[in-house]
Design a protein around this ligand. Structure first.
Ligand code: HSE
Length: 346
């Protein structure tokens, strides 16, 4: 019986608990996986802890009704994230707080504290992985703990699991793809005739883009994701600094560019690449015109995709959701199952 603690109870954290609620029986039946949620702590929504397990379905209803977790009956309420991690005695920490690409905080401190306390960690947070991925993996491994972060790149579309498990016998030579849903949505709408401004407004209305969408449209979000790949799959130590790395977004693409590409049977995509040059691992995010025959060309709307070039299998393309409540909640679920399977093999 695993004791779980959840830090951050926004869209992703709630999406994860909804899936746990739906799949609790299947997890028990198929994987002999049993769990109790002992703590939930969120900077805005309050916190609740109970060593014997809280009623997490009630916690979901509670928050959806706009009530604070500080008022949900439990052993202790009101603990902040670090006090929760320090004292909850969980086996696995699920970290889903907000992302700060520059510092990785507050998630970085949450993850480090959890590892210090002997917890395995699942996170969907790009900030700590983009900048400190390699160190965090080493920190976890040196303590015999497992750190999983499937949701940081392409949300629950199982890209990192694919590379770790199914491509374990391949050398990954390079990867290129669409790692930001907002910009892909905007480019798709522009190719259907909308202006950049109209498309951006629609993306904001649908909740893909942030109210201040700079991280998306200037390429910084895709850069962070490709740095996670560079640092955790290719073993590099690249700091995701858009000022120092080749990084360009889609703000310069005009209607005429879209129309010209169409005439040439091409389409504009914001392409993130990780590759090797003279032995060094490099990353780049740049708008590129690609032929319609490229598997990435047919990836439209807010979807993401990555083409992975390998030695033994040549090219493999994986496509799917790159954001959203259930897909990102699913990333946490698959990481949980993966940790469970790994622990059973020990
Ligand atoms: N803003 C991001 C995107 C969310 O549009 O892809 C997922 O990381």
């Amino acid at each position: 019986m695993y004791k779980l603690a959840l830090i951050g109870f926004g869209v992703v954290g709630q999406g994860f608990l909804e899936l746990l609620s739906e799949k609790e029986d299947i997890l028990r039946k198929n994987y002999q996986l049993e769990f109790q949620v002992v703590a939930i702590s969120d900077a805005q929504k309050g916190s609740v802890f109970s060593g014997q397990g809280i009623d997490f379905r009630k916690a979901l209803e509670w928050v959806k009704a706009g009530k604070s977790l500080n008022d949900l009956p439990g052993e202790k309420n009101g603990m902040d994230a670090l006090s929760t991690i320090e004292s909850c005695g969980a086996d696995i920490l699920f970290e889903a707080t907000w992302t700060d690409i520059k510092t990785g905080e507050p998630a970085l401190s949450h993850i480090r504290k959890a590892l210090e306390k002997g917890m395995h960690v699942v996170t969907t947070n790009k900030g700590p992985l983009a900048r400190y991925g390699k160190q965090l993996i080493e920190e976890a491994e040196s303590r015999g703990l497992i750190l999983r972060y499937e949701g940081t790149v392409m949300s629950g579309t199982p890209l990192l699991n694919l590379i770790r498990e199914c491509l374990a016998g391949c050398e990954i030579l390079e990867a290129r793809g669409i790692l930001n849903g907002t910009t892909n949505f905007i480019l798709t709408k522009m190719s259907e005739g909308q202006s950049y401004e109209e498309a951006l407004k629609t993306a904001q209305k649908l909740g893909y883009a942030e109210a201040v969408p700079d991280a998306d449209v200037l390429g910084w979000d895709a850069l962070a994701k490709v740095c996670i790949l560079a640092n955790t799959v290719f073993g590099a130590s690249i700091i995701p600094d858009p000022e120092k790395l080749p990084c360009k977004g889609i703000t310069g693409i005009r209607k005429e560019d879209i129309e010209n590409a169409k005439r040439e049977d091409q389409i504009w995509k914001l392409i993130a690449r990780v590759y090797r040059e003279n032995g060094a691992v490099k990353v780049r995010v740049w708008p590129e015109k690609i032929p319609l025959t490229d598997p990435l060309a047919g990836v439209t709307g807010a979807k993401n995709a990555l083409t992975i070039k390998t030695d033994a299998l040549e090219e493999i393309t994986i496509a799917g959701f790159g954001a959203g409540r259930t897909p990102t909640g699913y990333a946490m679920l698959i990481d949980f199952i993966d940790i469970h399977k790994n622990l059973r093999r020990r």
